[in-house]
Design a protein around this ligand. Structure first.
Ligand SMILES: [Zn+2]
Length: 128
């Protein structure tokens, strides 16, 4: 979909009538503007010039960068952790049919904006 449409641009339609007032034809303006095409070309260019592995600047991924990167310790999301533990511990039949939620302790189900049918910003599988 063209970016300008996503931004709310409505497509204008021009109606043409003959001398008797009958509709002869209608012409809708093109959905893709020059700016939309330029934006898409820029996006393609950007994607094509990124490292295919990490999506970063390829100049930072090459041999000159060997030894210049490190991986900090992972951060544990305890909401996701608790959900994963519950799913691993569940002995329910057909676990794929279960919908899981995570909520803060002491908060009634659905009474808190923290209650979400997901954890860690991504939907977790109900399976194990
Ligand atoms: Zn890379």
């Amino acid at each position: 979909m063209p970016p300008s449409i996503l931004d709310g641009r409505a497509l204008a339609t021009t109606y043409e009538y003959d001398d008797a007032g009958r509709l002869v034809r209608s012409v809708q303006e093109p959905a893709w503007t020059d700016r939309d095409r330029a934006l898409m070309l820029a996006l393609v260019y950007y994607r094509n010039t990124r490292c295919p592995n990490c999506g970063g600047d390829p100049a930072e991924c090459g041999p000159d960068s060997r030894g210049k990167w490190e991986v900090p310790p992972p951060r544990r999301c305890y909401r996701t952790d608790r959900l994963a533990l519950a799913q691993e511990s569940s002995k329910a039949d057909r676990p794929e049919a279960l919908s899981w939620t995570v909520q803060r302790r002491g908060v009634a189900n659905g009474a808190d904006s923290q209650s979400e049918p997901r954890a860690g910003g991504r939907r977790l599988s109900a399976g194990r």
